[in-house]
Design a protein around this ligand. Sequence first.
Ligand code: PGA
Length: 261
Amino acid sequence: MEVLIQADAERAALLVARIVAGEVRANPRAVLGLATGGTMERVYRQLVRMHREERLDFSGCTTFNLDEYVGLAPDDLNSYHRYMREHLFRHVNLAPGKTHLPHGNAPDLAAECRRYEELLQQAGGIDLQLLGIGTSGHIGFNEPLSALRSRTREKALTPATVKQNAPYFGGEDKMPRRALTMGVGTILDTRRCVLLATGASKAEIIARAVEGPITSMITASALQWHPRCTVVVDEEAAAQLQEKEYYRWIFANEPEWESYR
Ligand code: PGA
């Protein structure tokens, strides 16, 4: 794992967008794993800008999102299908048939999860996976005690996640309590992961996920097993990390990051 600390949320998102753009330029047929949530909105804004101003071309790419709420139709205002259309898909040149999210309103949810894993296999796996982190420590909707080898499946949401996302729904009582999510094992199979966390509300969970022990209580900690995982944080989210000086040295000195500084 590497941790890259950026001055603020905007710069952290820009760095993540540049990593994605670098992948797409190096591999125009890249399979991208996408995430939702407030933190990612800045990343998608930057990718849309790069598409418009820097001719970043998504036409050969395929995408797979991490998760979707159970019971929400793709055109529901709060669905992640809609989030992705609004924040990315309708602004760039991704081919409509190549953007995938699990269907939370499928008649047979277990079959839908199997179909999603098969689609992933057929696409050859994910080249670069974007991740956020919830205050529960989740990646995707892999809530505490998710098996660290789990695959795409239905998961009940924890109170912390319900509290975090209820404002989007106008109250906890209006929010779905279940979701379909790629598993921790599905995420660990991706070839590269980039996790973005910003703001003071993420400082404690980032320190526990990155520098604490690997535990299913904080599924983001399983990324310590991933062979190529980059964690990008702003100063606020980095506040409780012990080894900040080392992480800063890496970004300032390692040749891999030269063109990103
Ligand atoms: P957020 O969500 O970006 O809205 O904080 C991240 C997550 O829960 O994974």
